[in-house]
Design a protein around this ligand. Sequence first.
Ligand SMILES: Cc1cc2nc3c(=O)[nH]c(=O)nc-3n(C[C@H](O)[C@H](O)[C@H](O)COP(=O)(O)OP(=O)(O)OC[C@H]3O[C@@H](n4cnc5c(N)ncnc54)[C@H](O)[C@@H]3O)c2cc1C
Length: 302
Amino acid sequence: MTILSDRAWRSTGRDAGIKVSFEFFPPTTEKAVSNLVNTANDLAQFDPDFVSVTYGAGGTGNDCSFDAIQTLRKSGDMNVAAHLTCAGATKRQSDQKIREYAAAGIRHIVALRGDAPSGQPYAPHPGGYENAAELVAGIRKIGDFDISVAAYPETHPDAPSRAADIFNLKKKLDAGANRAITQFFFDNESYFKLLDDTQAAGIEAPIVPGILLIHDFNRVRSFAQACGASVPAWLEARFEGLENDPETHQMMAVSVAVEQVLELAAEGCDNFHFFTLNKSGIASTVCRTLGLSPALENRSAA
Ligand SMILES: Cc1cc2nc3c(=O)[nH]c(=O)nc-3n(C[C@H](O)[C@H](O)[C@H](O)COP(=O)(O)OP(=O)(O)OC[C@H]3O[C@@H](n4cnc5c(N)ncnc54)[C@H](O)[C@@H]3O)c2cc1C
């Protein structure tokens, strides 16, 4: 059982200004679509600020992305943000997508560069936006969107230096983005360091921590390798030997996420973006621990 310290408890709940958002990936089968709708409906009770749907770089799965956005918007009263990557697309193609989003009434875009196909170094499309900062400027020219961009507590692997990475983030925000959402991280110190570095660089926009919920620790290792995030030894130790013990694996995943968000909340963090992998169980428990349980709210209103 997790016992909240008084300080941690006071820093949770909607009264403490805690807001959450959930990230989904676009489903590709009918069964996966219905699973996503169920997940989103389960998580709607936490009144998310927004939910977002990822976008395959280079044109893969983009129709699924748009379909998933429309399905989520029809299935409930949720603010759905669309991710958009510029990798592998001409400016015309990107602009067309932005106009499609505007015409469909989508008001929030998570603007990203995207990556090259696996293992290859990134190169911008010759007629495309070169990076996310250029994409943000392009979006701003087309419509009045709320725009989020990516930030990297452990520095993006393509960045020539930490300072260049922070400068790049500043360029994205100066180009018109409203907030940054971070890549996932497991040691909160890396997020606190990012806050220090961005503050020193004059960045005032919110930097929302991205929290990965661990549904399968083996997959986390490969996600981390792909995006340059580290998997600390203490985390490895916690999941060691749990490959064939789904129940303990799930409890451990809840425990790790709860510890992480409570520490962030106790340090003043009031906004959390969860990478859900389209599952609601762990996200739901974590949100309840953050004081977002509807039952608790009803009780305090009575
Ligand atoms: C919250 C979040 C959501 C994501 N969603 C998706 C998604 O839906 N689909 C998807 O495909 N990927 C997604 N990604 C992954 C993202 O596309 C990759 O991390 C990608 O490698 C970088 O994207 P970016 O927008 O940060 O790029 P950018 O900010 O353009 O640049 C990435 C890095 O390259 C370096 N760089 C950029 N321009 C220059 C320059 N001119 N000179 C020197 N260095 C430069 C910078 O250090 C920078 O940190 C997401 C990441 C996060 C954190």
